[in-house]
Design a protein around this ligand. Structure first.
Ligand SMILES: [Zn+2]
Length: 72
């Protein structure tokens, strides 16, 4: 149990560090401020070609945070 807790704590800490970094730069963690996510392009090919689902294509951290909080 302790070992797995350590792993999940480490992952959470790493994720939070990434989020904090993106926040300090003011850019969306999902698309790194580009407004779209190339990894998701094939999934959104026929719907939303370029818009990042996290920030709705703005690339701004504020929009990402708002969308993330609203969905939780
Ligand atoms: Zn984004």
């Amino acid at each position: 149990m302790g070992f797995f807790n350590a792993i999940s704590n480490w992952k959470a800490a790493k994720y939070e560090k990434k989020i904090a970094e993106m926040q300090s730069q003011g850019i969306c963690p999902d698309c790194y401020g580009r407004g779209f996510n190339p990894l998701l392009l094939h999934e959104f090919l026929y719907t939303n070609l370029y818009d990042c689902p996290g920030c709705n294509g703005s690339g701004l951290f504020a929009d990402w945070a708002q969308a993330t909080q609203a969905s939780e």
